[in-house]
Design a protein around this ligand. Structure first.
Ligand SMILES: NC(=O)c1ccc[n+]([C@@H]2O[C@H](COP(=O)([O-])OP(=O)(O)OC[C@H]3O[C@@H](n4cnc5c(N)ncnc54)[C@H](O)[C@@H]3O)[C@@H](O)[C@H]2O)c1
Ligand SMILES: O=c1ccn([C@@H]2O[C@H](COP(=O)(O)OP(=O)(O)O[C@H]3O[C@H](CO)[C@@H](O)[C@H](O)[C@H]3O)[C@@H](O)[C@H]2O)c(=O)[nH]1
Length: 327
């Protein structure tokens, strides 16, 4: 059985959908601080609990002693907020993950796949970013994720944990059947915010920074479909169960798009006008993040299957249906 920690969140719920459709045995552990019950299939087992509580974690593993692996998504994940309120990030991402690891240790569960991020690299010195690129995060969020990687590696060496650190680039898109998608409150991510403008929920979007060293002055990101991420987690977990090596893998499309290009692409796909205002840089934002995911292809046989057009189409189908009607 797989425990999906943070399974009610954006990426976690797509993982749950992926596993549920393959009849995998799963249980979701979540405190619903940013997650939503509505994103989960009704038949899925759910334990409401907080990583901050050793008792909640022990209850999870004693209620489901058949758990043999954990996929860990639970964290706070807003780059800008982490600069303003780092305590929140060190507490939840780092300190609370120690609880999870220790209870896994107590119960003998040693397979762990977890959400790392390209934010651990900082401002790249070479592109595309490979896993060998130096890791010098430029915001507290990225630092918590790098520390998590290091801590988990220490547990692996000392206690025989098997782990996969999956360094995703920018997660985006929604389930192709339109049932679930990105739902953060408050929303801070570029694509759903632009879509809020397209549906008339917001008047305009602020584009943070127009003086970056990029072709149009705005930041560049590499967007990866959330179902591609789910597929990679499943492949990484299966790999860990049969092979000796631990994994540190980038999950990306290998294509960078500027913030203004994303606005244009959404206008083209939706046929709607998006008003935007150029604004100051947001502290903590790296200029360009583009990943090389060749290693994931070589080692776990994973390749992305959705391009930017499909990412935006699936995101739009969900976003318009979910948030467009209530206006
Ligand atoms: N969204 C991205 O672009 C992106 C990119 C790279 C990495 N990541 C990482 O992927 C993971 C998931 O991101 P997301 O966008 O789905 O975030 P999310 O906020 O939608 O999901 C996080 C889930 O974890 C739960 N959670 C948080 N703290 C908890 C705690 N203490 N105890 C129990 N449950 C808790 C939340 O309720 C939520 O359901 C995070 O670790 C994030 O750092 C995200
Ligand atoms: O109102 C907005 C919101 C965002 N942006 C810009 O859009 C880009 C993407 O921002 P956002 O969608 O917030 O994603 P990131 O800050 O890149 O962070 C996401 O992607 C990271 C990997 O790059 C993950 O680690 C984080 O968890 C996840 O939130 C950045 O240049 C932002 O400054 C704007 O210009 N205006």
């Amino acid at each position: 059985m797989i425990a999906v920690v943070g399974g009610a969140g954006y990426i976690g719920s797509h993982m749950v959908k992926y596993l549920h459709e393959r009849d995998e045995s799963i249980v979701v552990f979540d405190n619903f601080s940013t997650g939503h019950m509505e994103l989960l299939p009704p038949a899925v087992k759910v334990v409401r609990g907080d990583l901050a509580s050793l008792d909640d974690l022990r209850a999870l593993f004693s209620q489901y002693p058949m758990i043999d692996s954990v996929i860990h998504f639970a964290a706070f994940a807003y780059v800008g907020e982490s600069v303003m309120d780092p305590s929140k990030y060190y507490r939840n991402n780092l300190a609370n993950t120690i609880n999870l690891l220790d209870v896994m240790l107590e119960t003998g569960v040693k397979h762990l796949v977890f959400s790392s991020t390209c934010a651990t690299y900082g401002n790249p010195v070479s592109l595309p970013i490979t896993e060998e690129h130096s890791q010098q995060p430029i915001n507290p969020y990225g630092r918590t994720k790098l520390m998590m990687e290091q801590m988990i590696e220490d547990y692996a060496v000392a206690y025989g944990f098997k782990f996969a650190a999956l360094r995703y680039f920018n997660a985006a898109g929604a389930a192709p059947d339109g049932t679930i998608g990105e739902w953060h409150e408050p929303e801070t991510h570029l694509i759903p915010l632009i879509m809020d403008v397209a549906i008339g929920k917001r008047e305009s979007i602020h584009v943070f920074g127009s003086d970056f060293n990029t072709f149009d002055g705005t930041c560049i990101r590499d967007y990866i479909h959330v179902m591609d991420l789910a597929d990679a987690h499943f492949k990484a977990l299966n790999y860990l169960k049969h092979d000796v090596q631990n994994l540190k893998l980038n999950l990306s499309n290998g294509q960078g798009y500027s913030n203004l290009q994303i606005i244009k692409e959404i206008e083209n796909i939706t046929n709607l006008k998006v008003n935007y205002v150029m604004a100051n840089r947001r502290p903590g934002d790296p200029e360009k993040l583009i990943g090389c995911a060749d290693k994931a292809k070589q080692i776990i046989g994973w390749e992305p299957s959705y391009d930017l057009h499909e990412i935006i189409e699936t995101a739009w189908n969900w976003h318009e249906a979910k948030f467009g009607g209530s206006l």
